[in-house]
Design a protein around this ligand. Structure first.
Ligand SMILES: Nc1ccn([C@@H]2O[C@H](COP(=O)(O)OP(=O)(O)OP(=O)(O)O)[C@@H](O)[C@H]2O)c(=O)n1
Ligand SMILES: C[C@](O)(CO)[C@H](O)COP(=O)(O)O
Length: 236
């Protein structure tokens, strides 16, 4: 692909945030979608949006919800909410990118895709991703080196211990040019679990930017208490 067409030759590119918020949270064990569960006094997604909206360089935040989701009608936000969630996270992101372009974003603007369920993200981490990627020709993602020894399993037993030196856990936000990411997701299909995988399918190598252990995705029942403890500790 012609990477020069999307490289940082456009100093006036804007930054958008896109929040996929259309999942059901099947692993979380909550009665409804986990992103609306209250954590530290607020629905989870509220913490996520507050961090993104505190970053002044982000000109607009778009939230992708499932069709028929009435949460933001009951809880108005300054973010643009679109009921275009798809069957997979990747299709929710693709649909949201299209809506961003309808709202005036261009192919060379940047988008930071961030999980609604990563409610512990901070403005400082978002800023560090933007600082690292805005001059990069591909873009990149927050990620974390593995803190533990890594095993491969076979039939419930350890088959081997893997080298972890070059392994990272992908987090979000993941930041790419809108045109590049649309092209990448179209090529990669709806099953890829993050934006970087789609961009890799174009033969490109996204930049790994140091994330944080607190920027975990609320996924399992135990994660709610941990997220609550961290958020409460920050306000003390
Ligand atoms: N079809 C989907 C699936 C997921 N997401 C969003 O993508 C983020 C990360 O996904 P994950 O933690 O896997 O959330 P769920 O798909 O809701 O959880 P689970 O896989 O346990 O069902 C979440 O903010 C979720 O709302 C989405 O917008 N559209
Ligand atoms: C995008 C992501 O948060 C990166 O770690 C993650 O892949 C999304 O969650 P899923 O469980 O893979 O849907």
């Amino acid at each position: 692909m012609d990477i020069m067409a999307t490289s940082d030759s456009k100093p006036n590119s804007r930054f958008y945030a896109l929040v996929p918020c259309a999942g059901t949270g099947s692993r979380a064990g909550t009665p409804g979608p986990k992103q609306y569960e209250r954590i530290a006094g607020q629905p989870m997604v509220w913490h996520t949006l507050a961090a993104l909206q505190a970053v002044k360089r982000i000109s607009r935040t778009l939230v992708v919800v499932a069709p028929g989701d009435g949460f933001f009608e009951r809880n108005p936000t300054s973010a643009l909410v679109v009921p275009c969630g798809g069957a997979t996270r990747a299709s929710s992101v693709s649909n949201g990118l299209y809506e961003l372009t309808r709202a005036g974003a261009t192919d060379t603007d940047w988008v930071l895709v961030h999980d609604a369920a990563r409610c512990l993200i901070t403005p400082a981490l978002i800023d560090s991703l933007i600082d690292a990627c805005a001059g990069d020709e591909v873009g990149g993602l927050l990620a974390q080196k593995l803190p533990d020894t890594l095993k491969r399993e076979a039939g419930g037993r350890v088959a081997e211990t893997l080298d972890r030196e070059d392994k990272w856990l992908a987090q979000t936000p993941q930041m790419f040019r809108i045109g590049l990411l649309m092209q990448a997701l179209e090529k990669a299909g709806g099953q890829v679990t993050d934006e970087a995988t789609a961009v890799e399918s174009l033969g490109l190598q996204p930049l790994l930017v140091q994330g944080g252990t607190q920027n975990f995705k609320v996924t399992y029942p135990d994660d709610f208490a941990l997220a609550e403890a961290v958020l409460k500790a920050r306000t003390r």
